[in-house]
Design a protein around this ligand. Sequence first.
Ligand code: IMP
Length: 201
Amino acid sequence: MMRIVVATSNKGKLREFVELLPPEMRVEGLDAHEGVTLPEETGTTYEQNAVLKAEAAAKATGLPSLGDDSGLEVAPLGNRPGLYSARYADDTRLPGEPQDVANRRKLLVELRRSGAPEQEWHAKFVCALAYAVPGQATRVFRGEAAGIVIAKERGTNGFGYDPLLLLPEYGKTFAELDDRTKNRNSHRGKAVAAWLAALAP
Ligand code: IMP
């Protein structure tokens, strides 16, 4: 069985990778590798950060590794929070408030302040996925998923901004979709599909 490390300590993401990768791959998160930590995300693009993560994991474990970097780009906010989606609400987070909850709260506050009408709250999730194998050149793949931000959260699946991003073709948010449907339509699912297609002989 092929072992593959996913350079993340985000449980929501790791769960998605376990479901996205074929059953003959044994997916291991960073938690399974004591002492291996994520590098700082010092890149200026999703691709650069994905490569930093994948190569750090491959170097530390000696195993083929995937690193992903993702974010939500919201058109009326000039494509913010983008690269900074994970820590978006660091400045407005209340004591004890989970990061994802604070991020979603700040997103709605900023969108209301922007003055843009709700039907124009276009946004997309972006994912860069890097595949690093010790001794080989690292390859990078990309996936995107476009939707509309809604004014009130819906659904309890997924993580992060999922309850706020509506996929018009399903009339559901990512947090209302079942896992298989989210994975088939998500930025991460599309990037993984591109990687698997490139791996195939
Ligand atoms: P990073 O890729 O670990 O830097 O984190 C990107 C951030 O974007 C996450 O912490 C989430 O807030 C958000 N994000 C990325 N992918 C998703 C997704 O599939 N659903 C909801 N939020 C996401």
